[in-house]
Design a protein around this ligand. Structure first.
Ligand SMILES: [Zn+2]
Length: 308
């Protein structure tokens, strides 16, 4: 049987619940790491990709975290250390520099916590359903946010930024919490043998950036900030929200990255998959049975069977 290479992607690990983007509770995370470390040899993604031939003879797992949330340090790190697993942390450098959440999380948080009842996102590039609306209940505001987010993910990046800034100014009654790691946390992770790589400067959908210079800045400036602060140029770019295309790959190579990470919910096949389009399996806060189906690789098989 062909050995399996499965790259697992986590985001937040936290005992606190959030309605729109719920972190994984530490107990579930520990169950995942216990399972992964029992069933696979866990290696760093960068070590695997540097020499896939060396590793491809046995079943391998890698563990990644995107975004750079502080709970990775406070809640996930002790569990990783307990099981002797090293992981790679891909950070959004503006989020680290300014201690601000990713834009998608900021939108969630503002709509969840605002008391403003009038929302008016009046841009001619957005559907009229988002223009002046009365949202008198929290439920109505949450439903609006759930419609707005996918709609603006389709926009060119500059338009998406305009909408986010507008919503930030409109719902400015919400005090935003400080939830990100700082450079000292990241330096400590590196010292413990974990890796830090880039997840861009501002978490845009990279494929939606029309201007080559803007795309190049997202890729290069985040690498430069990591090099300045941690003393190494990151080998890896994790494409935010899994958004990439051939142009993003070309510019990632030009920026000096050796590896590029997608999501795609499937195993890494070597040598078929190339190292700038590495698939990862994202794991969420779900019931253990569903999580187990993802970790074990049974979920895609089950879906294929059921679609017959
Ligand atoms: Zn992200």
């Amino acid at each position: 049987m062909q050995p399996i290479i499965r790259n697992f992607l986590f985001h937040r690990v936290n005992p606190e619940r959030e309605q729109l983007w719920d972190p994984m509770p530490p107990e579930l995370f520990e169950k995942c790491i216990a399972y992964i470390s029992r069933k696979f040899k866990v290696v760093l993604l960068e070590d695997l990709l540097a020499d896939p031939d060396k590793h491809a003879r046995q079943s391998i797992a890698t563990i990644c975290f995107d975004d750079g949330y502080l709970d990775n340090y406070t809640h996930a790190l002790p569990i990783l250390e307990k099981y002797g697993c090293k992981a790679s942390f891909y950070v959004v450098t503006d989020c680290i520099d300014f201690n601000q959440m990713t834009w998608t999380h900021q939108l969630d948080y503002r709509f969840l916590n605002t008391d403003r009842e009038q929302i008016d996102v009046l841009f001619d590039f957005l559907s009229s359903e988002f223009h002046a609306t009365s949202l008198p209940t929290r439920e109505a505001r949450i439903a609006y946010c759930k419609r707005l987010k996918p709609a603006i993910k389709q926009l060119p990046n500059l338009q998406r930024v305009k909408v986010c800034e507008h919503v930030g100014a409109m719902l400015n009654d919400v005090k935003m919490p400080k939830l990100m790691m700082d450079w000292n946390h990241l330096a400590e992770l590196v010292q413990l043998g974990h890796r830090v790589g880039s997840h861009s400067v501002s978490h845009p959908m990279l494929a939606s950036i029309e201007d080559s210079e803007e795309l190049s800045l997202e890729l290069s400036v985040s690498a430069m900030r990591i090099e300045e602060q941690l003393g190494h140029f990151p080998k890896t770019i994790s494409y935010p929200i899994g958004s990439f295309n051939d142009r993003v790959v070309e510019q990632s190579i030009a920026a000096g990255y050796e590896f590029g990470l997608a999501v795609q919910q499937r195993d890494f096949s070597w040598p078929q998959d190339d190292v700038y389009r590495v698939p990862r399996v994202e794991v969420y806060n779900e019931k253990w049975i569903k999580t187990w189906l993802r970790l074990s690789g049974w979920l895609p098989k089950l879906k294929r069977l059921m679609s017959r």
